[in-house]
Ligand binder design. Sequence first.
Ligand code: ARG
Length: 457
Amino acid sequence: MAKLWGGRFQKETDRLVEDFHSSISFDQRLYKYDIKGSIAHASMLGRAGIIEPDEAGAIIRGLEEVLADIEAGRVEFSVGAEDIHMNVEQLLTERVGELGKKLHTARSRNDQVALDIRMYLKDEIDSITALLRGLQASLLDLAEKHLDTVMPGYTHLQRAQPVTYAHHLMAYCEMFRRDEERLGDCRRRTDVMPLGAGALAGTTFPLDREYVARQLGFAAVTENSLDSVSDRDFAVEFAASASLIMVHMSRLCEEIILWSSAEFAFIELDDAYSTGSSMMPQKKNPDVAELIRGKSGRVFGDLQALLTMLKGLPLAYNKDMQEDKEALFDAVDTVKKCLIIFKPMLETIQVKKDVMAQAARGGFTNATDLADYLVRRGMPFREAHEAAGKAVLYCLKKGQTLEGMSLEEYKEFSSLVEEDVYNAIDIRNCVQSRKVPGGPAPGTVAEAIARARQRLG
Ligand code: ARG
């Protein structure tokens, strides 16, 4: 097939090369953006008098028909036409004839592809942001129901101090809020219009770049033609933000997996979000959570691929950059798929409050509260820590809890202990008294939920 760039060539492209360098199999998903961008470009060419206004009109009508054809499934893309940009141009020329050949005036595929992925990514950031917001809303609803659901908080996966399920979920809500902010930052830097950069050095034609930016809903135009066609830092930023979203989902998934084991038994996943074993009839596996945890690796890989692709490239465009698309698309698809399934899986979890509370009571999670009690009675914290530690050791040897010690036994460790110690180390009170801003006390968490709701709008 004749190449759109065939003028200086005397030989056909080798078949192997044709397959190797063609990107249509994956960049066809950009067709809508490519056509919208071309419509804005043609319209600008007409207004600026670079082509005749009626030529621009005919090109635009042709592009709209090509769009309709693609959407109706009437188009078979051609590998020979390399990529989505040349496929669309070829389809246009088939429709409107010679006129189609004017569309590419003052434009290169280098600025065109930079435009297309920026448009694509802006839309995807918007849908991922909506998913993140939906997830935050679910976390807030769940937290509201579990303000009093006491569970052990852990460090080193050892029971540490009592918290609530609400407080634990709200920790993730904060992470997803920061993820949303990061995407917002990335979106601002993606929202800059590169068309007009040409292949690398702009163009001799008097383009109205601001008009194109307005037509396509961009906030600004890029400043430097070389930079416009040679950086993909916005894609890297997106993949980094997506990686963190995956990290956050993956960590909660890890907890869901642990908590649904018989060893913890804090929660039970809904049947609809679990799967069975082909051999072991009793099994109910947390496959969804495991897959999200597993898929995080793909997205980190996409980030790595993008960074590595860019790091050694001399300015401006190099064909290496065609590799940005599959990595970017994969990161977008993966994070979206995971966010979509994560929300209902989380919402349908059955929480075993008694087991959680029992675990909080069983692990000396109130030992710090005993030390704090002694501090309030006048003992320096280091000494109080030592005394409470000794009390724990004593209980461990006797196989009992701090709540189970008699006042006489307490007096052995410190004469400062009085009857009110039992109130101070009661697990519910331990949570209740952590009223410090950011703490797990139900009232404090309720306020945090209210603030988060306000922010979510
Ligand atoms: N398919 C190419 C890409 O995705 C479009 C730009 C090609 N430009 C070029 N000069 N070969 O990067």
